[in-house]
Write a protein that binds this ligand. Structure first.
Ligand code: NAD
Ligand code: DAU
Length: 350
């Protein structure tokens, strides 16, 4: 049986990737390695936890000795690496966690894979999941392409850029069998409510202020998380080693416009006058170093591997809002405890 290690599969995107692989490839064993930080939640994988081709391993990718022993024990054929500290605002408050997990953790995985594969890379693959934020910020025109120069601005994006460079360096230096994708903003079920979409859905429901950074004019390119999972599947199985693929939805929204759509959809579903929750919009101090605009050109992925997003944005937002409204218990669980402290520190004095 083929063995694939997915790191960070208790998190938002990782849980959707793990579910897709466990169900679609019953002859492949999926190992989920996750530290279960505040962002990792095994409830995200309840439906597959007893599948015979799924195993959860709790562990920290920063612990190099542990990672090496794990690779020696399980002899993984492939790695899909998603584990990361992923929230820009947290990286501004505490960069060190991002350096350790995103850079040191990635190198520990590269070293362990290189050690057990020992130069025999036939049928082996290390897939590094990255972000469009490594490319920096666009003006009003243009797109990010696979060969756009890196220009990261936050500690988060700089740590992801650094890990991308290291993964490519292992390919160029050792012939290591890597592949990278850089994706735009994801939205959908199971996202931790520190990120814009779930935070705002939750706040609208509870009639809490909606903290819009700056003037709300920053632009993001939104992709439904399950479409990202499908792209990862296609790239993992059909991409060539050494390649990079951009993933995105060609779906750009100014923050304030996206927020107004969210308000309308949530209001309607809660039986309120659609748009009435706009009174909750509160403009707050801008994020430091806030990138103005991200927009991905995913032509390479669409034309060479035939992937395309399956959902229209309106449909994706409906599904997303429905999921959070139906999963209030999930939201209550993840917003108890430390979340409140985080929220007060982040937004209390704005
Ligand atoms: P997330 O924060 O929801 O999940 C991260 C997961 O990694 C959690 O389960 C967490 O417990 C685990 N983790 C963190 N530190 C760890 C460590 N030291 N050892 C082991 N596990 C650890 O993140 P996400 O939004 O699902 O993002 C997943 C990946 O995709 C990240 O690499 C991120 O950079 C990338 N990405 C995210 C987006 C997005 O919009 N969310 C877009 C493009 C790329
Ligand atoms: O582009 C891909 C990236 O998308 C991923 O690599 C990151 O892991 C992911 O967190 C996301 O980064 P962003 O910073 O774009 O996402 P976030 O949801 O934090 O913010 C989206 C936009 O909304 C951004 O312009 C900042 C703004 N914002 C965010 C929050 C949390 C607000 O105006 N208010 C808020 O309270």
């Amino acid at each position: 049986m083929k063995k694939i290690l997915i790191t960070g599969a208790a998190g938002f995107i990782g849980s959707h990737v793990a579910r897709l692989f466990v169900n679609k490839y019953p002859d492949t064993h999926i190992f989920n390695l996750d530290k279960l930080t505040y962002a990792g939640n095994l409830e995200n994988l309840k439906d597959i936890e007893h599948n015979p081709n799924y195993t959860f391993i709790k562990g920290d990718i920063v612990d190099g000795d542990f990672i090496l022993e794990l690779f020696k024990e399980y002899q993984f054929d492939g790695v899909i690496h998603l584990a990361a500290e992923s929230h820009v605002d947290r990286s501004i408050e505490n960069p060190m966690e991002f350096i350790m997990t995103n850079i040191v953790g990635t190198v520990n995985l590269l070293n362990a894979a290189r050690h057990i594969w020992d130069g025999d890379f036939e049928g082996k693959r290390f897939y590094h999941v990255s972000t469009d934020e490594v490319y920096g910020s666009l003006g009003n025109e243009g797109f990010f392409y696979e060969d756009t120069a890196y220009d990261p601005h936050s500690p988060y994006s700089a740590s992801k850029a650094s890990s991308d460079h290291l993964v490519r360096a292992y390919h160029d230096t050792y012939g290591f069998p890597m592949i990278i994708s850089n994706c735009s903003n994801n939205y959908g079920p199971n996202q931790f409510p520190e990120k814009l979409v779930p935070l705002f859905i939750n706040n609208i429901c509870h009639n809490k202020p909606l903290p819009v950074y700056g003037k709300g004019e920053n632009v993001r390119d939104w992709l439904y998380v399950i479409d990202h999972a499908h792209a990862i599947d296609v790239i993992f199985h059909q991409g060539a080693n050494g390649e990079t693929f951009n993933i995105g939805g060609h779906n750009e929204w100014k923050n304030i416009d996206l927020i107004k759509v969210l308000i309308k959809v949530v209001d309607k579903k809660l039986g309120r006058e659609p748009g009435s929750s706009e009174k909750l919009i509160t403009y707050v101090t801008d994020r430091a170093g806030h990138d103005l605009r991200y927009a991905i050109d995913s032509t390479k992925l669409q034309e060479t591997l035939g992937w395309k997003p399956s959902l229209q944005f309106e449909e994706g937002i409906e599904l997303t809002v429905d999921w959070y409204l139906k999963n209030q218990e999930w939201l209550d669980n993840v917003t108890s405890g430390d979340y409140q402290k985080y929220y007060d520190e982040m937004y209390g004095d704005r």
